[in-house]
Design a binder for this molecule. Sequence first.
Ligand code: SAH
Ligand code: SF4
Ligand code: F3S
Length: 482
Amino acid sequence: MTMNKEINYELPSLDAARKRNKERFVVRKDLFIIPEKARGIGHGRSYYLRTYGCQANVRDSENIAGILEELGYEAVSELDKADLILLNTCAVRQNAEEKVLGEIGNLKKLKRANPELLIGLCGCMAQEEGIVKTILQKYPQVDLIFGTHNIYHLPELLYRAMLEKERVVEVFSKRGEIIEDLPSRRFTPFKAWVNIMYGCDKFCSYCIVPYTRGQERSRAMEDILDEVKDLIKDGYKEVCLLGQNVNAYGKDLGMTEGFALLLEAVAKTGIKRIRFMTSHPYNFTDEAVKVLGKYDNIMPYIHLPLQSGSDAILRKMNRRYTASEYKELFDKLKKTIPNCAFTTDIIVGFPNESDEDFKATLEMVDYCQYDNAFTFIYSKREGTPAAKMEDAISYETKEQRLAILNEKVAYYAHKANERFLGQVVEVLVDGPSKKDHSIFAGYSKENKLVNFKGEGVQIGDIVKVKIEKTKSFSLDGRLLKG
Ligand code: SAH
Ligand code: SF4
Ligand code: F3S
């Protein structure tokens, strides 16, 4: 047996990942195979899989878990019980990466205690040149690195890492394919993530995602509808349609109203609840707005990232809309969808963001009065255009801006929840609350977390709850009978 731990590298390249072309994507339904030699390599072994980042990663983890279980592995929830530890990582901000590197540092002890333990890193960090170099140099405890485009290859890669004792690195930097035949083990009953497209072509100047996830590519509508119909048969009540920019669905297939058509078709399957994430304001068409207003099973909740309220900053971010265009879309949605809840993403401290720019963001928050907002301090991502921009703003100023913004966000979040006091909302039950088992938790149509007292309630039920108390980020209530 060879003990050479330095062979078989296929390393990432941000330059290659940047390339785009107009050719149609290959849809593969025959790519996933378990080679003879790798069959059953997981029997009697356990895995621990930790997921960081967005829903695209969660869905990938469901595929990874599905593959591992086909190989015979069993899931465990404690690190020190696992024979295989996989970290499915996020690269969107530096602090996300630091968390993962810290975690790998901690795993050194486990590896020392059990040299047979395999440690793997996958997901978006694996697509970054700099990170992979660092890991190869400084973290010898990592045995396996693979990227977002080659999950289907996991049986072969695991075999090599485990039985040939190689240090295996395989990351493809390409636009990507559509792979339809991966096994999957869904993590939640009743609610399912459904990819409608992969990748991103927007190239917002601060963002690493177009490099880690490849070119925008839409799944065929029949494949998506088949998946939704199968989910209905399996008792699922809710689907969340996933894409970095769902409103661009179908553009690569030559459709101009692809998302509107798809939404309508999914609504007509009769599934109880439909959500979607994420919407980029630039591609939100009037037709899509119309469909949202037309079907009761499309939930009245939209995540509409703003990023900044300043036109100058939006331009530098390459967001392709102005503040007034955003407002116009927001007003249209609000008018068309009664009681719609809105959340957003905002970045403060983009390179050279002035006080005036920041004020414009605060004004937008006052205008839209979001139900909630995810707020971030700009984080420099090597290889993106913004990383080369000059920035004279101190980190302290950025932190102060974040605090001011968060205070405003919390104020409107509380205010938005007050409108539910005394109202009856429909809740899809997730289960007993983590803190108190006599209380149930679930989400309303507007995506509000609702905790309520009640009896005879099952996970997956859709029940009516009367709201008796409102908090900033949740609602408390009582189950209504019948
Ligand atoms: N595709 C989605 C979101 C992807 S990342 C969209 O376009 O909305 C989620 C959020 O992270 C972004 O909306 C943005 O607010 C934030 N983000 C992305 N890159 C960032 C960076 N370099 N620094 C700080 N925040 C960032
Ligand atoms: Fe990143 Fe912009 Fe694409 Fe969202 S739309 S993933 S922020 S590049
Ligand atoms: Fe993070 Fe990758 Fe999602 S960078 S936000 S896990 S697409």
